[in-house]
Design a protein. Structure first.
Length: 106
């Protein structure tokens, strides 16, 4: 199982500022290891972000995204205590889902 994502969601007025760090190798299939063998493709293909269960972002990625990708977005109409869910699926069928709560502005 993949490492948990780091998700931070803070409220700014009625907009949640969401920042997500996904721990993933994101191999392109072009890099060679110490034995000069090609490291096989391994990358996140699909990312879905939800706000209280409603999809607010559904995206498809390729191997062109860097290792441990960072994603930032803003969600209008959010309130403190709302739930932000993030799910990714990679090309090997691995899946990770994590959730965070929108924190009030400090």
């Amino acid at each position: 199982m993949a490492e948990p994502m780091k998700i931070r969601a803070t409220l700014q007025g009625d907009v949640a500022d969401v920042r997500i760090l996904m721990m993933h190798p994101m191999e392109t299939g072009q890099r060679k290891d110490a034995k000069r063998e090609v490291v096989p493709l391994h990358f996140i293909q699909s990312v879905v972000v939800t706000h209280n269960g409603k999809t607010v972002l559904d995206t498809q990625w390729s191997q062109a995204v860097s290792r441990n990708p960072f994603l930032g977005l803003r969600i209008k109409g959010a309130k403190a205590g709302d739930k932000i869910g993030v799910t990714w699926i990679d090309n090997k069928g691995d899946k990770r889902t994590d959730e965070a709560t929108v924190a009030p502005a400090s």
